[in-house]
Design a binder for this molecule. Structure first.
Ligand SMILES: [Zn+2]
Ligand SMILES: [Zn+2]
Length: 310
């Protein structure tokens, strides 16, 4: 995994209280390290959910058995289907394999904005071919990431990202599948490019992270706002306000696993089975019954990705 893949949405900005006794600090540190490797406990089942964005390969699902184990676990807590998303070409092949070997997995393919420099003729041809596969339900994740350029040498420069983004927008329109957007610290350029190129019929703002102005603009344009574990974080009051604003027909929930594990398990390994934690938070924020919320979230994912048709 490259550094551009780790915590690619939200830098972990949790502040830790300094321990007064240094001896105590060492054992607390060891305990914390242990906890970070420990998977969160299973949530109470919440039926009807779809994980709208995960990375099965990065969660350890790289063959039929490991993919099945992850999806069996998710299904036990009510997450019946997942969309597994590619970052690069190797990942895209893995995503497609997973979608072909287990009918609960669907794929999204694209080059992640940080990998935009890899979009050569061969990659274009292969992505076009993959995009036409019935198990591929979206073009993504594509978009703009202004956080990593300058921090990671391997991350594509903004100008390179813009060209690749425009190409992916065009592909989504030609192939008639939803566009799944990654946006990190690039709100303005991202919305401008979408407006200039013309949005595809369905646009999903994955791991929505914008402020209320951006949320309103996306809602007005008819985009889907997909909320990840970040919406449960202690410092995410504005994100929860955005989650409150979204009309019932435009809200999705995702894990973005293995990243962004929901509170109070932040920093521990994330998988699709952790989705009910975020779904329950959304029900709470929107003052809705959790079962009704899960049905709405699942129905929206099944509708936008046309899962029943595959
Ligand atoms: Zn992303
Ligand atoms: Zn992702």
């Amino acid at each position: 995994m490259t550094d551009a893949d780790s915590a690619h949405h939200t830098a972990d900005s949790a502040h830790h209280t300094a321990d007064s006794a240094s001896m105590k600090a060492e054992s607390a540190k060891a305990a914390k390290k242990r906890r970070r490797r420990e998977p969160p406990p299973d949530p109470e089942p919440l039926p009807g959910l779809v994980d709208a964005h995960t990375h099965l390969a990065a969660c350890g699902g790289r063959d039929a058995d490991s993919v099945r184990a992850i999806l069996d676990h998710a299904e036990r807590v009510g997450v019946g289907q997942v969309v597994t998303v590619a970052d690069d070409m190797i990942d895209a092949r893995w995503a497609l394999d997973a979608a072909h070997c287990d009918d609960r997995a669907f794929a999204a393919v694209a080059l992640h904005p940080t990998h935009a420099g890899e979009l050569d003729d061969a990659a274009r041809a292969e992505l076009e071919q993959m995009a036409a596969d019935p198990r591929v339900v979206a073009i993504g994740e594509t978009g703009l990431d202004y956080y990593w350029p300058g921090k990671s040498e391997s991350a594509a420069a903004p100008e390179v990202q813009k060209d690749a983004f425009a190409w992916h927008i065009d592909l989504a329109k030609r192939i008639g599948k939803p566009l799944m957007i990654h946006n990190r610290e690039a709100d303005h350029d991202l919305l401008d490019i979408l407006a200039a190129e013309g949005s595809p019929d369905a646009v999903v703002m994955h791991c929505f992270s914008g402020d209320l102005t951006v949320a309103r603009e996306c809602i007005d344009r008819g985009y889907f706002l997909s909320f990840a574990g970040t919406v449960t974080f202690a410092n995410a009051a504005e994100l929860r306000e955005a989650a409150h604003l979204v009309p019932d027909g435009q809200i999705l929930v995702e894990t973005d696993a293995p990243f962004l594990t929901p509170h109070p398990y932040r920093g521990q390994p994330n998988q699709s089975y952790c989705l009910p934690y975020s779904a329950r938070l959304l029900a709470d924020v929107r003052r809705t019954d959790e079962h009704a919320m899960a049905q709405t979230l699942g129905d929206n994912a099944r509708r936008v990705y046309r899962l029943s048709l595959q």
